[in-house]
Write a protein that binds this ligand. Structure first.
Ligand SMILES: Nc1ncnc2c1ncn2[C@@H]1O[C@H](COP(=O)(O)OP(=O)(O)OP(=O)(O)O)[C@@H](O)[C@H]1O
Length: 692
């Protein structure tokens, strides 16, 4: 919290007689720090080399190193941010200090309780209506590692109206956003906490307007799951999927700040290995390739590769030849194909099945062959060659290359699922001569991934947090779903912010494509980012591009500032530079969000005006921290800045393939501001925005 507010806080506490309390709590914090240091020293004194063998020694060494790292004290923050006094009817009264990690004393008794422990739930959820045995909830103001303020809520004696947002909470929400996103662990709201602590078996889908805390909630849920189901998730893993690299850079510090450094972060593109993408394609082709019907087409393409055996398998051994008749092979093939095993995995089983048959023949002829004979037969050239003809080896690129190049193959695989017109759209105009030379598109990546799964099962992670999920095509959702087929998922998004032509219009449908029909759908509608002046303006777009969806109710005290600056054509870039300069005069981050095509011109104008700035591009965020960032409209999703300068809204909307997508992109861009939005435009604003 800002120092001035902290000072006000102390002033109030001194006046309220809480000054002594603050001194006592600071002494308790010093004691907690000493206990943490003791825990660290103890961990450092343990010797991994004393383990019974080298392997256990290595594992123990690794566990110890991890524990020592987790016991580091960060002097910039405090070990706790809150306290609850609980007085249950059936047990002793207790005071619990709540912090980012657990700290215990020599006797093993808790000094600070981890915010994720079940007992901490009451800190977030207790209310005057349902005090949950809490008599007092205390929040601390914190500045550079020291306690600066106390705010108390007496829940047992309070009337329902006494639990309004306190000033420390408001100060935290109003605090300027500088640098990457930070955790919200001290101020998680009750409705957010319910999502964070949903059981691991529950698939949660969160619909929320801009700035309602979806991303924050998803990340805290990941941290809570890792704490509560550590062993299971350590083995199976947790993955966070976000819209682009700039976004991942923005959120990348949150989980490490909560002590969880080993969660993988990916975009849908990196997940599907889009390093191989070399072709762009029209939106309607990409949309068709993202359609769930393609899953059926690909399945047919794969399994239709099986060739009905017409000749017997003949295996020479010594002077004799052994035969497996074609009808027997057909039975074995049918049985394997019907077992639900993936195509290639089932194919791997076939040689042993055939060899087993040969073995039975040998036995019938009076031989006593053992397993080694069966192995040798399975690996023989005759069996290999035969398997290659009845159950051909496939790879994803080969299958897709054939489908996009060969009209007959596509027709056969399409069945009744694709019209002739749709098939024509999918065929390449100029087919690549080999699969190696194929120029794959981004939409092809999800299809190659689907083929991968049809050939071999993709291993499942324990949990996936999928952010901005509304933008994924059904085929991309399937790709994510198969990566948590035996785990669970937290899906975060906003239908109104869907900016791909294939964006989902129904969460029920999206969850079905993910393979998670059973799920809880939760709506968040309290906006923590966007101030009322800005959100009310942006919400004018909603009836046009997302009828039925409401704007969030801003909980910000600061109403924010909205300025429209119409400028003369030809002066746009210079005016943008001037607006950026003004925005950068105060503390806090500035985002200049512009149509992608206008970026170079604006970068030049900013440079000419001496405005130092970074540039966030699609594939990489800037590593250096700049107060002013130049952001292409296509990358703005999920980001936030204290002040934004939005350039030429009409051009931002017009850059998208259709009007609805264009206005949705604009809605995303307009809702990135935490305190001020300046719109600089030479063209008329889109009609849906009207005039201020
Ligand atoms: N309980 C809270 N306490 C303090 N700050 C919060 C809280 N919840 C959310 N915020 C802050 O509000 C801002 C918006 O949160 P977040 O980015 O998670 O929203 P979102 O719903 O994902 O937004 P968008 O849909 O626009 O991407 C962030 O700065 C976040 O830290």
């Amino acid at each position: 919290m800002p120092t001035s507010q902290a000072a006000d806080g102390i002033h109030n506490q001194l006046a309220d007689g809480l000054g002594d309390e603050l001194i006592r709590e600071q002494a308790f914090l010093d004691e907690a720090r000493a206990q943490l240091a003791r825990m660290r020293e103890l961990a450092e004194s343990l010797d991994a080399s004393k383990a019974s063998d080298a392997v256990s020694g290595e594992v123990l060494g690794w566990v110890l190193a991890r524990r020592i790292a987790s016991l580091q004290d960060d002097p910039r923050t405090t070990l706790f941010f809150g306290r609850i006094d609980v007085d249950p009817a059936d047990g002793p009264a207790e005071q619990l200090h709540i912090g980012r990690r657990h700290v215990s004393d020599e006797a093993g008794d808790p000094v600070v309780v981890d915010w994720r422990a079940p007992i901490s739930t009451a800190f977030y959820r207790a209310s005057a209506l349902d005090p949950m045995d809490v008599t007092l909830r205390r929040r601390f103001g914190v500045d550079r590692g020291r306690l600066t303020a106390i705010e108390d809520e007496h829940l047992r004696d309070a009337g329902p109206s006494d639990t309004t947002t306190g000033s420390l909470l408001a100060a935290e929400i109003e605090r300027p956003r500088t640098g990457p996103m930070r955790d919200i662990v001290s101020t998680i709201q009750p409705e957010q906490d319910e999502i964070v602590r949903s059981d691991i078996a529950v698939n949660v889908c969160v619909q929320g307007a801009p700035g309602t805390g979806k991303t924050a909630v998803g990340l805290h849920r990941a941290a809570w799951l890792l704490y509560s189901f550590r062993e299971r998730l350590d083995r199976s893993g947790v993955l966070v999927v976000g819209p682009n690299r700039a976004f991942l850079d923005h959120i990348g510090a949150v989980l490490p700040s909560l002590g969880e450094a080993r969660v993988r972060h990916a975009t849908i593109e990196t997940l599907l290995d889009d390093g191989r993408v070399r072709a762009e394609e029209p939106a309607e082709v990409a949309t068709l390739k993202g359609d769930a019907r393609l899953a059926t087409v690909l399945r047919r393409a794969v399994w239709s590769a099986l060739v009905r055996p017409t000749e017997a398998l003949v295996v020479p051994r010594g002077v004799r030849k052994w035969r497996v008749p074609a009808y027997v092979v057909a039975e074995i093939v049918d049985e394997l194909a019907a077992r639900g095993v993936r195509y290639s995995a089932a194919r791997d089983l076939l040689p042993q099945r055939l060899a087993h048959h040969v073995l039975l023949e040998l036995e019938r002829a009076g031989d006593a062959p053992d397993d080694r004979v069966q192995d040798a037969v399975a690996k023989s050239a005759a069996v290999k060659k035969y398997v290659a003809t009845v159950w051909p080896a496939l790879d994803p690129q080969g299958v897709l290359h054939r489908l996009w190049s060969d009209a007959d193959a596509l027709r056969e695989a399409a069945g009744d699922d694709l019209t002739a017109g749709e098939q024509a759209m999918l065929l390449w105009d100029r087919p690549a001569r080999t699969k190696g030379a194929a120029r794959w598109s981004r939409a092809d990546m999800a299809l190659l991934d689907e083929l991968d799964e049809l050939l071999r099962r993709v291993p499942s992670l324990g949990h996936i947090v999928l952010d901005e999920a509304q933008d994924l095509s059904p085929m991309q959702l399937r790709a994510v779903g198969r990566r948590c087929s035996t785990g669970s998922v937290t899906v975060l998004g906003d239908i109104a912010q869907g900016t791909t032509p294939w964006a989902t219009s129904s969460w029920e449908e999206a969850m079905r494509h993910l393979g998670k029909d059973a799920h809880d759908l939760v709506v968040l509608d309290r906006g923590f980012r966007v101030p009322s002046a800005v959100i009310e303006y942006a919400a004018r777009l909603l009836p046009v591009m997302a009828p039925g969806l409401g704007a969030p109710v801003s909980v910000r005290e600061n109403p924010g500032r909205l300025e429209l600056r119409p400028v003369r054509a030809g002066t746009l870039e210079d005016e943008v530079a001037r607006a950026a300069e003004r925005a950068a005069a105060g503390a806090g981050s500035v985002g200049v969000i512009a149509p992608d095509a206008a970026l170079d011109g604006i970068a030049a104008a900013l440079a000419a005006a001496g405005v130092l700035h970074g540039r966030l591009d699609r594939d990489h965020g800037d590593d250096d921290d700049h107060q002013v960032e130049l952001v292409p409209a296509s990358v703005a999703k999920g980001l936030e800045f204290d002040r934004t300068v939005v350039v030429e809204p009409a051009a931002i909307a017009a850059a998208e393939p259709d009007e609805r997508t264009g206005l949705r992109r604009l809605y995303v861009v307009l809702t990135r501001a935490v305190s001020e939005l300046t719109i600089v435009h030479a063209e008329p604003l889109p009609e849906a925005l009207g005039t201020v």
